[in-house]
Design a protein around this ligand. Structure first.
Ligand code: C5P
Length: 221
């Protein structure tokens, strides 16, 4: 592991889930632990980068030397991600952003009624990584694709559709890796290369990913 491979570079990383409130006491969210994003932040620091970690609510300590910006909703995460993009060299979208949010947030706690069925109205959230990739200050932009089938073809489709420079494909149908687990196995995909990284701890994987990202970033310049 090269402790200087990202020296002089600034990396922004989104991590964890987002939380979409329904009323003052309830929200819609997911089981993302934030572990992969936090491990990447730590590995990027170890490789000499300056790191901003844009984090949804997680139970993890902020790694040393990392600047953490805490956010709650997808819209908060988007605003924090667009801020300071001009000085960002590499953007890694590791967050599990809620695809939809309630169309409105009730001012008071929603009361239980007599009806058996309750309908919620949801509206699509902005795509953060695609918005970053479409910005005038586009950094080298990396996304994740967590899929349960046809992993590589969906990943390649996302790479093109979101105009990413790299996508890290993750088969979440296998137990023991991915979501909320301590281990992961991925395939790193760009328009020209495909690199398999076999199952290992998220910490080890983060180090290997950071090494590959540093190489591919430099090749892109
Ligand atoms: O389309 P899908 O959600 O599978 O794409 C996953 C990738 O896109 C991840 O890198 C995730 O962080 C990012 N994403 C995002 N904003 C969203 C949805 C996904 O940045 N609203």
């Amino acid at each position: 592991f090269n402790t200087r491979s990202l020296e002089g570079l600034e990396i922004h990383i989104t991590a964890g889930p987002t939380r979409e409130p329904l009323d003052p006491v309830r929200y819609i969210s997911n089981h993302s632990s934030g572990k992969m994003g936090y491990a990447l932040a730590e590995a990027a620091i170890d490789a000499g980068a300056r790191v901003k970690l844009i984090s949804g609510p997680v139970n993890l300590a902020t790694p040393a030397h990392v600047e953490r910006v805490s956010v709650t909703t997808a819209q908060d995460m988007l605003h924090a991600s667009l801020e300071g993009l001009a000085s960002c060299d590499i953007f890694i979208a590791c967050a599990a952003v809620a695809d939809y949010r309630p169309t409105s947030i009730a001012e008071h706690k929603i009361k239980k009624g007599n009806e058996e069925i309750m309908e919620l109205h949801l509206v699509k959230n902005p795509d953060i990584v695609a918005t970053v990739a479409a910005s005038a200050d586009k950094p080298f932009t990396i996304g994740f694709a967590a899929e349960t089938r046809d992993v590589l073809s969906y990943a390649k489709d996302k790479l093109a559709r979101k105009k990413l420079d790299m996508i890290i494909a993750n088969d979440v149908s296998q137990t023991g890796i991915g979501f909320n687990s301590d281990e992961n196995a991925v395939t790193l995909v760009t328009t020209t290369t495909q690199i398999d990284i076999p199952q290992t701890s998220k910490r080890q994987l983060a180090k290997q990913l950071i090494e590959q990202i540093a190489l591919l970033y430099k090749q892109s310049k």
